[in-house]
Ligand binder design. Structure first.
Ligand code: BGC
Length: 738
């Protein structure tokens, strides 16, 4: 349709019909099964809102959605198609590594490719919009949703958010295999106080702008069609009712002209927050704040028409929102083809196809982080595994556990390749043995919406432990697969303890008594406290929630088919008491030099202020060296650049990939600046004996920040830079901006 035709359509719509476009109903109103992430009530058949609601979420599948679309359009007065939305967070049928893991790949191109594949599969399944990427800055591992983010660094998150938006949407949403992308949760949801989901966020405007808004901004620059409000309050105001945030910041400053959708039920929740007297006031406030679509709270459905008729809301505001919604439907090509790519044949061809699985496997290979790999006598390091040795795969994660995160709502865990299966493919039967070792969870563990309990938990675990000890005794080396259950991270999974379940720690310590040559493979959707695991392990591989090709990708790394190259994008603490944490802290007035015992310094008495494993950290099977950086000049003005370079050399015996990282510090400024900030990185693959010069070009633009007076720009003065293989590596160099 042309814009003129869209305007004509809008003018012809009744007020009720227009409000309908602004209502999103949960999928159970249309289909038998729907993914639910909040309260979902089914409407009575015959309620007009069922024929008028402009979009729905949580249902999928070409055949089903085509039927629903056909029936809906017959009743919708202007035959305007329904828009189908879904959380396609890290894959559809082919589940990729979870977003926190994807971040660790430091490979935005590969992240984009995963989003492209997810979009293709989702579009074939009838989906038009994905609620992804989540661009929230995540620095508190107690918050379960860190798994859905790419980590603690605003700049890296921005690169990853943009890559995902580009991957999902492409140049043109009408094209086959493209879906619209929704950047969420605006704003600052990741700063939930004490890591407690849905609560208040306490941040200064400076911190909000300088660190928290950056990644959303990058997603918006990349052209995302939608933005979702966050559940939290900021400055005492829920985002969903904050006109300053939506109208001034998002629309005016950031230039966003797409659709703003509330999070699930968030409009109505403003009553619970104590921000609105009742749901009618909530509808008014959300609309006036700039929310175009009410996801599942029904406040718009119940009150917007009355609010207009009573003169509280100007119909023009409704028209603006509805026009944006019609525009997106038009950009998706739904007026010409309401089914878009929904196609059973394409589903068959695309779902879990070889190419998609290959990319999922590659992402596992590139995102797993080797945390430890100790010398193990004459034989060298314990990893990669020596095929001449007998290997015991032990632990609750070797088989049967879902390796996809709680945010894969489609597909089946059965399609995932387990550790057992991959081990059997990689080794002869007489080289390997298996034992489950223990249950994944301690008995009576509370999960989101359920509680794990087994009446025979104790007997089962006694038996499993005995079997595992026998298995470990027979083997030369033990690969112990431990971790969080996939529903222990994700939405509403805040935790005050970040250790592995006690039963798994017992397994580890008992096994170490009979066979200390332990490689621990850790599955998790967040940084865990791993000191105890470290004590008992000679090698450790963090594999996150690796998805469908988990087993294959992990086995490729364990056997040395490829070398680990992932780097942490969240600091791993010694203890939960250090949370929230980030390598990029502001400079203290009393910094504590490493190892110093002097009094009155910024430190904990009972723990290091540094993490167990820092941001950017990750080992490889080969030995990389990075030379001290050289600068082509040490002074520059705006418009000029300084080229900083290092030589990266592979002095080991294997081909590997190093992620070379550039960090910069503004030494003195009108606002205290972080001790260092990531400003660039390169993935460099080198064969044994090979070396490569890596250069970074530093411009004045990269040094800009939100200054003391609220303006945005750089300030002349002294800067430091580091180039290394983690946030704790590298010799500082100085340069000056004039
Ligand atoms: C989550 C969103 C999600 C939405 C729809 C909410 O509970 O916070 O991230 O997109 O549900 O499923």
């Amino acid at each position: 349709m042309t814009e003129r035709e869209l305007r004509i359509l809008l003018n012809d719509m009744s007020l009720e019909e227009k409000v309908g476009q602004m209502v999103q109903l949960p999928g159970q109103n249309y289909g038998s099964f729907a993914a639910v992430t909040g309260k979902a009530e089914k409407k009575e058949d015959g309620q007009p809102i069922l024929d008028q609601a402009g979009s729905t979420l949580g249902i999928y599948g070409a055949e089903k959605l085509k039927k629903i679309q056909k029936a809906y359009m017959e009743k919708q007065p202007h035959h305007i198609p329904l828009m189908f939305m879904l959380d396609v967070i890290h894959g559809y049928e082919t589940a990729f590594q979870c977003p926190l893991g994807m971040g660790a790949s430091f490979d935005p191109e590969l992240v984009k490719k995963c989003a492209e594949i997810a979009a293709k599969e989702a579009a074939a399944g009838g989906i038009h919009v994905t609620f992804s990427p989540m661009a929230d800055l995540a620095r508190d591992a107690r918050w379960g949703r860190v798994m859905e983010s790419t980590g603690e660094d605003p700049w890296l998150n921005g690169k990853m958010a943009a890559a995902m938006v580009e991957g999902f949407q492409g140049e043109n949403r009408k094209q086959t295999g493209k879906v619209s992308s929704c950047v969420k949760h605006f704003a600052a949801y990741g700063a939930a106080t004490a890591g407690l989901d849905y609560t208040n966020v306490e941040l200064s405007e400076h911190t909000l702008r300088e660190y928290y808004l950056k990644a959303y901004q990058e997603g918006i620059h990349a052209g995302c069609d939608m933005v979702m409000t966050s559940f939290n309050t900021w400055n005492g105001v829920p985002s969903t009712g904050n006109p300053w945030l939506m109208k001034e910041v998002l629309r005016k400053e950031m230039g966003f002209d797409g659709i703003v959708i509330s999070d699930w039920g968030a409009v109505g929740e403003m009553v619970n927050h104590g921000f609105c007297e009742d749901r009618k006031e909530a509808a008014e406030r959300a609309l006036k704040a700039g929310v175009d679509i009410d996801m599942c709270s029904d406040c718009y459905a119940d009150y917007l028409v009355d609010l207009v008729r009573e003169g509280v809301i100007d119909e023009k505001e409704i028209d603006e929102a509805v026009y944006r919604i019609l525009l997106l439907k038009n950009e998706l090509g739904l007026f010409e083809n309401p089914y878009k790519d929904a196609d059973e044949q394409r589903e068959k061809e695309l779902f879990l196809c070889e190419g998609h699985r290959r990319t999922a496997r590659e992402m596992v290979q590139k995102s797993a982080v080797l945390l430890k790999n100790e010398e193990d006598g004459k034989a060298g390091k314990l990893l990669p595994l020596n095929p001449a040795e007998k290997i015991a795969f032990i632990g609750p994660y070797i088989e049967g556990e879902d390796m996809r995160s709680s945010w894969v709502v489609t597909g089946s865990a059965k399609n995932s390749v387990s550790i057992c299966q991959a081990a059997k493919e990689a080794f002869r039967d007489d080289q390997i043995c298996f034992a489950k070792g223990c249950t994944l969870l301690d008995n009576d563990t509370l999960l989101n919406g359920s509680e794990y309990h087994s009446d025979s938990w104790e007997e089962d675990n006694d038996r499993l432990l005995c079997e595992a000890i026998q298995t470990a005794k027979q083997a030369d080396v033990v690969v112990l697969c431990l971790g969080e259950q996939n529903h222990q991270s994700g939405e509403a999974t805040s935790r005050t303890h970040l250790t592995l379940p006690k039963i798994q720690r017992t397994l580890l310590s008992e096994i170490s008594k009979v066979n200390p040559r332990i490689v621990t493979v850790i599955f998790s959707g967040r940084p865990l406290e791993l000191s105890e695991v470290e004590t008992h392990s000679k090698a450790m591989l963090e594999v996150w929630m690796p998805g469908t090709e988990g087993g294959h990708g992990i086995m490729d790394l364990l056997t040395g088919v490829c070398s680990p190259s992932g780097k942490l994008t969240m600091s791993f603490p010694y203890t939960v008491g250090q949370e929230p944490m980030s390598y990029s802290q502001l400079t203290s007035g009393r910094p504590c030099p490493k190892g110093s015992k002097a009094p009155f310094l910024t430190r904990y008495l009972d723990c290091s202020t540094a993490p167990l494993y820092p941001f950017g950290y990750g080992l490889s099977y080969t030995d990389f060296s990075i030379s001290e950086p050289t600068l082509d000049r040490t002074e520059m003005q705006a418009g000029e650049t300084i080229v900083a370079s290092v030589t990266v050399a592979n002095g080991g015996k294997r081909t590997g990939c190093e992620v070379v990282q550039l960090y910069i510090q503004d030494v003195a400024a009108s606002c205290v600046r972080p001790v260092k900030e990531l400003k660039g990185f390169r993935r460099v693959e080198l064969a044994p004996g090979e070396a490569q010069r890596v250069t970074f070009s530093i411009s004045e633009e990269m040094l800009r920040f939100h200054r003391g007076d609220g303006s945005f720009g750089s300030e002349p003065g002294k800067f430091r830079l580091w180039i290394g293989n983690s946030s704790e590596d590298g010799e500082a160099r100085e340069f000056f901006l004039y």
